[in-house]
Design a protein. Structure first.
Length: 319
């Protein structure tokens, strides 16, 4: 009887060791668009090509697409964007690019990166209520998209507080308050940045806690549930790469922190694209997560093209 059990057990164990080879089909690369236009600023578009999951990542300058023709139309007037380099961008756009790549602005300025924008004076800037149509021509491909710049929704209030259940007298959360317009379809995205430096006793003494804005996974939401209402949101801090040095502070703000809280107003297409992207990113490495496709509202390409406004509050974390 014991021998039989051993034989059956061994059969089960060895039966689970079967090697399965999956022949993944090759997919044709697609154009990937990362384009935005912010209220009061010029548009900026980055183009790249999609890659296979197991493809070797090429050099930085080989990832992005040069030689495309990029057009933006607003109020029936078409503007052609110029292919330029980061160093020639407006300072605000260079800072946005620096935030996006998490690279110091000085280093970003000299990156070998083709960027599509407008150098010098132009009437093409983000204006609330306007719709901006994007058209990209590259080789034989034509990609199109459209976005509307909704009025910026300001923060009514933002403040730091320590909860009654907290086990410490120095760590807390930030509360933000805003009022959603009565029209359905307003969507939002939140980000934050600690601008103060680590203290002298810290391993990172003198360094800014958050050199760039941090967007949490789950940063975007719509007004489907609380349309036209006042929204009161407890905003916890999303982990940063330095949190392994301060594990007890994860998710919390600290007394003495100076925090920039940014609320962006976006349209519904942007919300869908960002939400699906962050859902896919959060599922990486999870074998039990459902497969997720990133939603793109760009015809004949992947990525996003969206207009947005932003309101930034400064919160000083005091008792």
């Amino acid at each position: 009887m014991l021998v039989a059990i051993i034989v059956v057990t061994a059969s089960v164990i060895y039966g689970c060791n079967k090697i399965i080879d999956v022949d993944l089909p090759d997919a044709e690369p697609m154009l990937v668009v990362e384009g935005t236009i912010k209220e009061g600023e010029k548009p900026m578009v980055l183009l790249s090509n999609s890659m296979g999951y197991f493809d070797q990542i090429p050099d930085f300058q080989e990832i992005f697409v040069s030689g495309a023709s990029v057009f933006v139309t607003v109020d029936s007037v078409e503007y052609q964007l110029e292919e330029t380099i980061p160093a020639l961008l407006d300072p605000a756009l260079l800072l946005k690019l620096s935030d996006q790549f998490k690279v110091d602005p000085f280093e970003m300025a000299f990156a070998p990166l083709p960027v599509y924008s407008i150098v010098g004076p132009t009437d093409l800037i983000g204006v609330s209520g306007k719709t901006y149509d994007l058209r990209i021509e590259h080789d034989s491909l034509i990609a199109t998209a459209s976005t509307t710049l909704f009025p910026t929704v300001p923060l009514d209030d933002s403040y730091f507080y320590i909860t009654e259940t907290s086990t410490t007298d120095s760590l807390g959360i930030i509360n933000i308050v805003y009022t959603d317009p009565v029209e359905l379809g307003n969507c939002y995205r939140i980000a934050s940045r600690r601008t103060n430096q680590y203290p002298d006793w810290h391993e990172l003494a003198g360094e800014v806690k958050d050199p760039y804005f941090v967007y949490p996974l789950g940063s975007a939401w719509d007004d489907m549930i609380l349309n036209g209402a006042t929204y009161d949101l407890a905003y916890i801090r999303y982990p940063s790469e330095n949190d392994q040095l301060d594990s007890l502070e994860q998710g919390l703000w600290k007394l003495g922190d100076t925090v920039l809280v940014k609320l962006e107003t976006i349209d519904y297409n942007a919300f869908e694209s960002i939400l699906s992207y962050e859902t896919a990113a959060s599922a990486q490495g999870n074998p039990f997560a459902s497969p997720t496709n990133v939603i793109s509202h760009i015809d004949n390409a992947l990525g996003w093209w969206y207009a947005y406004g932003e309101h930034v509050d400064t919160v000083i974390c005091t008792p």
